[in-house]
Design a protein around this ligand. Structure first.
Ligand code: UDP
Length: 240
């Protein structure tokens, strides 16, 4: 196990990984593959909290850049995360995994509100809990939502599944010489503004000693490989 004795993990998936090869939205076949990754991780005995972004559908910053009111646009982004959460719930349940969606924006007809103690019971019963709508407030991101839920649910690690295989000292898409960190400290990430998660999310993980494992979720079987320490990733923690 990448984090020794980890029992409960929070898996954060950026919305864009749900697009597959599309430019926008939700690709059901890709969501089914991701759900299989989650099931495989769960079958190893881990308790799993899931947070999914909304960037495949709408980002508040993009709306604001086109003249929308930022807060209004952010609420639209949060609603996008609920759609993604429902898509993932559907895919997991088709694989026989019991799930609950809890949303920070109340939407009683489709999911539960976020209630920590109830989420705790779901995990004890072997359900995957999908936390939607981030922290429920504009000007935040689902990375902050992930860090917050990881802290309150006492997760042993925050696994950030994205389209790159770790944290680099410069943008690997622009600089062929960029090198990937094996481990890096929270303070270095914050001081050098390395692209891991937004600063409030990193600081929350640092203050609660939650390691962040950044890895690519695009390759099949990678979550399981990373969890067993056989994959490629960057670990953000107190000491490098
Ligand atoms: N958002 C927000 N508050 C939150 C979480 C999300 O306002 O607590 C909005 C914000 O506009 C964000 C969008 O929802 O751009 C989608 O989330 P995010 O960008 O984190 O998705 P990801 O990049 O992980 O796909």
């Amino acid at each position: 196990m990448i984090v020794p004795s980890a029992r409960r993990i929070l898996l954060k998936l950026s919305g864009e990984v749900l697009m597959g090869n599309q430019q926008f939205g939700i690709d059901p076949a890709t969501v089914a593959e991701l759900a299989q990754e989650v099931k495989d991780a769960k079958d190893t005995g881990l308790e799993i909290c899931l947070v999914i972004g909304g960037g495949n559908i709408f980002r508040g910053m993009a709306g604001a850049a086109q003249g929308m009111d930022r807060a209004q646009a952010d609420y639209m982004g949060m609603l996008a995360t609920i759609m993604n959460a429902l898509a993932m719930q559907n895919a997991l349940e088709q694989l026989g995994v019991s799930t609950r969606v809890q949303s920070a924006i109340q939407m009683d007809a489709v999911c539960e509100p976020v209630i920590r103690r109830r989420a705790e019971r779901h995990l004890e019963k072997g359900r995957v809990v999908i936390f939607a709508a981030g922290v429920g407030s504009p000007y935040f991101t689902t990375d902050s939502g992930a860090a917050l839920r990881a802290a309150e649910m006492k997760c042993d690690v925050l696994m950030k599944g994205t389209s790159v295989d770790g944290v680099y000292d410069s943008d690997p898409k622009k600089n062929p010489e960029a090198s990937r960190f094996g481990t890096v400290t929270y303070d270095r990430v914050l001081a050098d503004n390395l692209k891991v998660m937004d600063a409030s999310a990193v600081a929350l993980c640092r203050d609660n000693a939650i390691p962040i494992v950044v890895f690519s979720i695009r390759e099949k079987g990678n979550l399981a490989r990373v969890l067993t320490g056989e994959g490629v990733q960057t670990i953000v923690k107190e000491e490098a």
